[in-house]
Design a protein around this ligand. Structure first.
Ligand code: PXP
Length: 267
């Protein structure tokens, strides 16, 4: 099934504005102030993650953002029943179910659907009762997609973190992820092979998901360098990007950082 959307839908993840606020535990900068800037500069969606440890976005942020966003809000959350109850009551446009570990710096991999099938099915049932669109954040594998389709969700979001790490190791002297570079000591040709494989996995997973009728998003670690190849995959119809945009905005302002990425999202 081809994807006829001319441009990639573009979700901006604004968690990192709250990360900066939490560095001082005060009320500035307020992520709410990003909403109109995102809308005016080409974003199609606002993405936030209400983590169990509330390390950046708080319940009150989520409530205010959902209440006043001019764009649909995609709320990422764990499958824990207490979080799912909160998300059901908040009623964002979409909930993206993600795996969560308290000790991780960021979401390190996709959901273990086979290992938590019943718990995920329970979360989906509750969210559907509140008429919330549902996406599952998964690794780009056939098995994860087959199980996602079985769970009856509308969207899958493919985790692009492995691709992004390998891309940075191949193309930059600065590692994208310090964890990744320490654990992999590869030659240039090994790195090329791994990068090609990681990209091929995303292409294959997106095509397979689309053939099953799922809508396909992608995200994690995407930046102004590595995004172009992902935009070239026409069975992917949406990207969610946070860190690289907020990082650039420190130097350019948020409006320019969003506009720069929007240009790269055009097919
Ligand atoms: N999509 C999902 C499901 C995520 O968990 C994250 C990180 O919060 C992102 C996209 C954005 O990742 P990044 O901040 O690396 O662009």
């Amino acid at each position: 099934m081809p994807n006829h959307r001319p441009n990639m839908l573009f979700g901006v993840n604004i968690d990192h504005i709250a990360v900066l606020r939490e560095a001082r535990k005060i009320n500035d900068p307020d992520p709410l102030m990003a909403l109109s800037i995102c809308a005016q500069n080409g974003a199609d969606q606002i993405t936030i993650h209400l983590r169990e440890d509330r390390r950046h976005i708080h319940d009150e942020d989520a409530r205010r953002i959902i209440a006043s966003s001019p764009l649909p809000v995609n709320l990422e959350c764990a499958i824990d029943p207490s979080i799912i109850d909160i998300v059901s009551a908040l009623r964002p446009h979409r909930a993206t179910l993600v795996p969560e570990k308290r000790e991780e710096v960021t979401t390190e991999g996709g959901l273990d659907i086979a290992g938590s099938f019943d718990a995920i099915a329970g979360a989906i049932e509750k969210l559907k009762a509140s008429e919330i669109e549902i996406s599952l954040f998964i690794d780009p594998t056939r098995d994860a997609i087959t199980l996602s389709e079985r769970l009856g969700v509308q969207w899958v979001e493919l985790h692009t973190g492995s691709y992004a790490n390998l891309y940075a190791m191949r193309h930059s002297s600065l590692p994208h992820s310090h964890h990744a570079i320490e654990s992999l000591n590869l030659s240039r040709s090994e790195l090329d092979g791994r990068l090609e494989q990681a990209y091929g996995d995303i292409v294959e997973a997106a095509n397979y998901a689309r053939s099953l009728g799922l809508k396909v998003a992608a995200g994690h670690g995407l930046n102004y360098q590595n995004v172009t190849a992902i935009v070239g995959i026409d069975t992917i119809e949406e990207l969610n990007i946070g860190q690289s945009i907020i990082a650039r905005s420190v130097f350019t302002g948020l409006a320019t950082a969003i506009k720069d990425m929007k240009v790269l999202c055009k097919r």
